[in-house]
Design a protein around this ligand. Structure first.
Ligand code: FVH
Length: 273
């Protein structure tokens, strides 16, 4: 006999929460939704979700509430009037570890179990094989919800401290934005000389980045501070290369801020070597 699927409340219906609600509905979960802008629920109601008139009402309707709003301020504003006693609140709103710890303490103080999450996916990836979600908080709370949360993406337990998921989420996003910032700068550099940016991306940049990713395990194993150099790629040589990148950017009339911090960190590494 098939088990009935857990009822889930989804608070917030931005691009991400709508994707979360859709994945839950597709997996057969009854879903109660609430959003400040009511019209954003239309598509989900048409798919079978129930729209609650208030956030407090949506939270009262089920044992498990997933909250995914713009920021920590919105979370507190929306949850303040709700009765959290006996609920499991899973907060997937991006924020700092300190905010997660504070919200966890607040939710536990109101009788709820609490998990904080970091979604490592963009909305179209939700429910697909590439998505994973970091969770931190009490292990029994994670175990209780894991099967339902797995519908959204691969659940990864990050530890008991509520801030650990956010810490790793922000670290992963920092690495991602570092890569994107470098790529955007590279597009600007070659584009400024009339090189076909799409061909550059396909033929050169993507294979180059894939090859460089293979160096990360060695860098992680030898990580000692904020930068990395080796016998094969010493710091002084890297500083010279970065100075050339900065000079070329200036010659092409482009900003070079994304390179400045690399120059500073590698320069300091050279001075301690
Ligand atoms: N979308 C993405 O690519 C990323 C992927 C990784 C995880 N993030 C985080 O997910 C959170 C929500 O992001 P989102 O993409 O859904 O964001 P929006 O589409 O801008 O929707 C924002 C929702 O928050 C509601 N909201 C904002 N302020 C308030 C408030 N003061 N009171 C009540 N609700 C508020 C907003 O409501 P409305 O504007 O529709 O009325 C949306 O429901 C976020 O933490 C990302 O970092 C997404």
């Amino acid at each position: 006999m098939t088990q009935p699927r857990t009822e889930v409340t989804v608070i917030g219906l931005g691009a991400m929460s709508r994707a979360l609600a859709r994945a839950l509905l597709d997996a057969g979960h009854p879903v109660i939704v609430w959003n400040r802008t009511v019209s954003r629920a239309d598509e989900l109601v048409a798919r079978g979700a129930t729209l609650a008139p208030t956030a407090a009402g949506a939270i009262a309707a089920t044992e498990l509430a997933i909250v995914c709003l713009l920021d920590d301020g919105a979370v507190h504003e929306v949850l303040a009037p709700a009765n959290l006693d006996g609920k499991l609140v899973v907060n997937l709103t991006n924020g700092t570890p300190a905010q997660a710890e504070k919200t966890a303490t607040w939710a536990l103080g109101h009788g709820a179990a609490y998990l904080h999450g970091g979604i490592m996916a963009v909305p179209p990836m939700i429910g697909g094989p590439g998505a994973f979600i970091l969770f931190s908080g009490a292990r029994p709370a994670f175990d209780r919800a894991e099967r339902t949360l797995a519908v959204l993406g691969r659940p990864v337990y990050a530890g008991e401290e509520a801030g650990l998921a956010s810490l790793q989420d922000l670290a992963l996003c920092s690495a991602m934005y570092g890569m994107f910032a470098g790529a955007w700068h590279a597009f600007a550099l070659v584009g400024s000389a009339g090189v076909d940016v799409e061909a550059f991306d396909d033929d050169l940049l993507i294979p180059w980045l894939k090859a460089m990713i293979a160096l990360l395990p060695e860098q992680a194993a030898n990580y000692e501070g904020a930068a990395y150099a080796s016998e094969d790629s010493n710091a002084a040589m890297q500083v010279t290369g970065i100075e050339n990148m900065i000079a070329a950017s200036r010659d092409q009339g482009l900003p070079d801020e994304t390179l400045g911090h690399l120059h500073t960190t590698l320069h300091s590494l050279r001075s301690v070597a």
